[in-house]
Each structure stands twice: as structure tokens, then as C-alpha cells.
Design a protein around this ligand. Structure first.
Ligand code: DQA
Length: 157
């Protein structure tokens, strides 16, 4: 199972960017934690960050054939971009939206997400744990979909 982990604009600055809002973990810390979690889950986390929406759309279009799902922190683009929603839908793969902070508790303009209605789920407000929980939930979701696709009954514990 291969999961694209997409980080939107300004997340390259984590660690120094508004640490009181986003915490002190760097993007490298988050990617390392996800890589470890992925290995435990028998999955691969393929990380990508860009400050450019076009680069993110190109990445998604190129990755669509090799990935099973997308974990995305769209950053500010989630509040503004139909194009990003379209790019995610074009992958044909399930995605989970995550945020370090809880946008619903912040400025009004952060309360809307173009992505959330199409996401499998959204995890927000737990810092790095938002990513880790979102990743676990997406892996479990994909595993359940795989069981359903196989036509076999779910394995019993
Ligand atoms: C963010 C929340 C967004 O509102 C903001 O634009 C970001 C980061 C978060 O992870 O909390 O850049 O996505």
C-alpha cells in the first residue's frame, strides 16, 4: 500500500513558522514519523511538499497510477482552491485531509474547506498527531476497501 503524503504551501517552514499555532516539529520530523508508522503498517509514505499549487497538481497527476490514497495537509489551499479539489478527485483515490491546528477555532475564512466534503475524513487540531491519526485511518480504510473488493469475508481475529 502506497500513500502520497502531500504538504501544501508554507509547511516547509514548520518549526519556525508561528510555533505557538503549529508547534515546533519540522516537516522532516513529520515525514520521519510517518515513514516509521508506514513501515509498521506495511505501507509506504511518499512525501511531497510544494509552495506552488501547479507543482502539487502535477505531482498528483503523475502519482495517480502508483498510489492507493492521499494524506493531504492542503494548508491555505484547502480554503481557496477548487483546482486542488479537482486534482484530488482526478486521482480517483480516497484522500484524508489533515491540519496541525484546528481551523474551525480560528479566523472565519479558515472554517471553509473545498476538500472536506469529498474527503474520507478530516483530522485537525492535534499537531503531528493529526497526520499520524489521519495516516492510520486512511490505511485502515484502504484495507477495509481491499477486503470488500476481494469478495472474501473480513478475516476474523
Ligand atoms: C493548516 C491550517 C491552514 O488554515 C493554514 O493556512 C495552514 C496550516 C494547519 O495545518 O493547521 O497553512 O493547514
Amino acid at each position: 500500500m502506497r500513500i502520497a503524503v502531500v504538504h501544501g504551501p508554507n509547511l516547509n517552514l514548520l518549526g519556525v513558522r508561528e510555533p505557538e499555532v503549529y508547534g515546533t516539529a519540522t516537516l522532516a520530523d513529520i515525514d520521519a514519523a510517518l515513514a516509521e508508522l508506514a513501515e509498521e503498517a506495511g505501507a509506504v509514505a511518499e512525501a511531497f511538499q510544494s509552495n506552488s499549487q501547479g507543482a502539487i497538481l502535477d505531482y498528483l497527476a503523475n502519482a495517480r497510477d502508483r498510489i492507493d490514497g492521499v494524506l493531504i495537509n492542503p494548508a491555505g489551499l484547502g480554503h481557496t482552491s477548487v483546482a486542488l479539489l479537482d486534482g484530488l478527485l482526478a486521482t480517483g483515490k480516497p484522500f484524508v485531509e489533515v491540519h496541525l491546528s484546528n481551523p474551525a477555532s480560528r479566523e472565519r475564512f479558515r472554517r471553509h474547506s473545498f476538500l472536506a466534503p469529498a474527503a474520507v475524513g478530516v483530522v485537525a487540531g492535534f499537531g503531528v498527531d493529526s497526520y499520524l491519526s489521519g495516516f492510520r485511518c486512511l490505511v485502515n480504510h484502504l484495507a477495509r476497501c481491499g477486503e470488500a473488493d476481494s469478495g472474501d469475508p473480513p478475516a476474523r481475529r
